[in-house]
Ligand binder design. Structure first.
Ligand SMILES: C[S@@+](CC[C@H](N)C(=O)[O-])C[C@H]1O[C@@H](n2cnc3c(N)ncnc32)[C@H](O)[C@@H]1O
Length: 283
């Protein structure tokens, strides 16, 4: 998302509009946009202008300033960066199958559900990766409906996509092994649609990580990958502390993105190095 130093693209977004948007996004979502990203703002908010029949980005931000909630929500949605893929980084998923889920199952009663939260799950490739792996390696658990995967994101557009479970050829080519594509997806035109039983495993909802998490159950496994890296350190640390206090069961596991760490964060987790990835457990 950071522009390269050689980037010469220009934008007509005024300094005052850019500053207003920076503050608005930071307060509402913790998303940070850096000076130099005016062209990004322009390209993303042009779409919002068209959606609302407004002439330009200045008019869009004028509506946000005057308290138009519908336009404000669409601005937030448009400004999210939703980069994701199936089996992203692979290693954590290997450890989830080999170590984390077997260990969690040893702690659960025979009919207790295995509850997983994918926070900031974008268009759903991450929760569907988990659903595929659970089917592949823990089929009995899935058949007995003992798995609950809650997938949340700030962006309503991404949550709708997750519920739909429809992916382009390009998206399935990024990380999804062909054998899983054939087993778990059906081709429809140029797209691939996830199987109904997989879709039914995912409870997809809109949730802003800065707001209350009352709809999130106590979880055995929490994935918050590749989102906190975009937040200021103090916000990231507060969210990690809330995961421990409000969501993670005492025997639970937390996974961050592969370039993210707990360094400088709340001293409420122990770091566990698994065979391929690092995870965190409540102290
Ligand atoms: C880069 S994607 C990461 C997707 C997935 N976790 C992965 O690792 O592939 C980051 C996601 O975080 C979401 N996001 C950004 N700010 C958020 C917030 N305050 N609350 C919840 N989700 C947020 C964005 O909408 C985006 O879909």
């Amino acid at each position: 998302m950071t522009p390269s130093p050689t980037d010469t693209r220009t934008s007509s977004v005024s300094a005052a509009d850019f500053e207003f948007l920076r503050t608005f996004l930071a307060q509402k979502t913790a998303i940070q946009i850096a000076p130099g990203q005016e062209y990004l703002v322009e390209s993303r908010l042009d779409k919002v202008a068209r959606q609302h029949g407004l002439p330009d980005v200045t008019a869009v931000l004028g509506r946000v300033r005057s308290g138009n909630n519908a336009v404000a929500a669409d601005v937030i949605d448009a400004m999210t960066t939703n980069e994701t893929s199936f089996f992203r980084d692979q290693h954590p998923f290997d450890d989830i199958v080999a170590t984390i889920i077997p260990e969690l199952l040893s702690k659960l009663g025979p009919s207790d559900p295995l509850t997983i939260w994918c926070a900031a799950s974008s268009s759903g490739q991450e929760p569907y990766t988990l659903a595929i792996l659970l089917n592949e390696h823990f089929g009995d658990l899935v058949r007995r409906r003992r798995v609950k995967i809650v997938a949340t994101d700030l962006s309503p557009t991404m949550v709708t996509r997750t519920k739909e479970g429809r992916y382009s050829q390009f998206e399935v080519n990024r990380g999804l092994p062909a054998k899983h594509m054939i087993t778990y997806f059906q081709q429809q035109g140029r797209d691939w649609i996830v199987r109904n039983d997989l879709r039914e495993m995912i409870d997809a909802r809109v949730l802003n990580l800065l707001e209350p998490w009352s709809a999130i159950p106590r979880c055995d496994l929490v994935l918050i990958r590749n989102v906190l890296i975009y937040f200021p350190a103090e916000v990231k640390h507060k969210i990690l502390a809330r995961v421990k206090d409000q969501v993670l069961k005492p025997h639970g596991y937390l996974l961050l993105g592969s370039s993210e760490t707990m360094v400088g964060g709340p001293q409420v987790y122990q770091t566990c190095k698994l065979a391929k990835a690092t995870c965190y457990r409540p102290l």
